[in-house]
Design a protein around this ligand. Structure first.
Ligand SMILES: Nc1ncnc2c1ncn2[C@@H]1O[C@H](COP(=O)(O)OP(=O)(O)O)[C@@H](O)[C@H]1O
Ligand SMILES: [Mg+2]
Length: 266
């Protein structure tokens, strides 16, 4: 049976994509320095912080750079009926983890779906399972980790928030990198403190915290000249004030020089 393609939504916000690219570069540099950085786990300090949105953004960005990338939807507490991305899928992560054994490569491939992005594959969450924590501790999970490690350049594990489930914590010791997601006005200081406390024993692989839902103006204040290379809807470059004034000056000078040359030729 041929599998339906998962339609991932790409982000059109240049600010968001710029921020995602910065994270991709950090992760890639870690990998270049031989620091593992292949299996990356994302979890929120609180629910709805944006772990799934950021996971998809990172996945698309890795895949665009031609790396074989896999996103694993590890939220098996929310059944696929509530997830748009998982609507047309048959088997997923939970179905695989519920099996007693696997033998062939096909057993793994059965749960890997293609997406609308080249080089980007997706493992859906699967059917509802009553005991996700136990499933993540299983030998089947260990085998899956080995398989993805051998077959992909980057694997992103998208987990529910550590504030609502302990599932992500089970894999803290098995991945190369842990990223916490928080969001302005969505989490309490206490939730942030608790999440950091939970990753503390794995400090060697804690990459840091992404603060999602930041106001565009706040972002531009923090990253000076962030709009230096942004283009508008018509593909026209939108230079920052200073860069624009410099550009206008050079344009004017070039024009002046051109008209003087024309005069001398006359
Ligand atoms: N930067 C953002 N700006 C605006 N809305 C966002 C942003 N990130 C996520 N969202 C929205 O917030 C909701 C929760 O995001 P999601 O990625 O599913 O979070 P989580 O996986 O942490 O529960 C979704 O409706 C998503 O579209
Ligand atoms: Mg999610």
């Amino acid at each position: 049976m041929s599998k339906s393609q998962i339609e991932l939504y790409s982000n059109t916000s240049q600010v968001m994509n710029d921020a995602i690219d910065r994270i991709v570069v950090e992760i890639h540099n870690k990998k270049s320095r031989g620091e593992g950085a292949k299996k990356i786990l994302l979890t929120g300090c609180g629910p709805q912080c944006g772990s799934t949105s950021v996971s998809i953004g990172l996945g698309i960005s890795f895949a665009a750079a031609k790396w074989r990338t896999l996103i694993v939807d590890c939220d098996i507490r929310k059944t696929r009926d509530y997830k748009k991305l998982n609507e047309k899928t048959e088997n997923g992560l939970s179905d695989f983890l519920l099996r007693d054994s696997v033998n062939e490569k096909e057993d793994f491939e059965e749960i890997v779906y293609p997406t609308n992005f080249e080089n980007l594959s997706y493992i859906p969450c699967g059917k509802y399972a009553a005991n996700p924590a136990r499933l993540f501790c299983s030998g089947m999970m260990k085998q899956l980790l080995q398989y993805v490690n051998d077959n992909y350049d980057y694997v992103i594990f998208d987990f529910p928030s550590v504030a609502v489930a302990p599932d992500a914590q089970i894999l803290f010791g098995e991945v190369d990198g842990i990223i916490l997601i928080s969001a302005l006005d969505m989490v309490t200081k206490r939730q942030i403190r608790d999440a950091k406390h939970k990753v503390q024993p794995f400090a060697d692989r804690y990459y840091g915290m992404i603060i999602n839902r930041i106001d565009k103006d706040l972002y531009s204040k923090y990253i000076k000249g962030y709009n230096y290379y942004f283009v508008d809807k018509n593909g026209k470059q939108k230079l920052s004030g200073r860069a624009n004034r410099r550009y206008q000056r050079t344009q004017k000078a070039a024009k002046k020089e051109g008209s003087q040359n024309e005069k001398t030729e006359e």
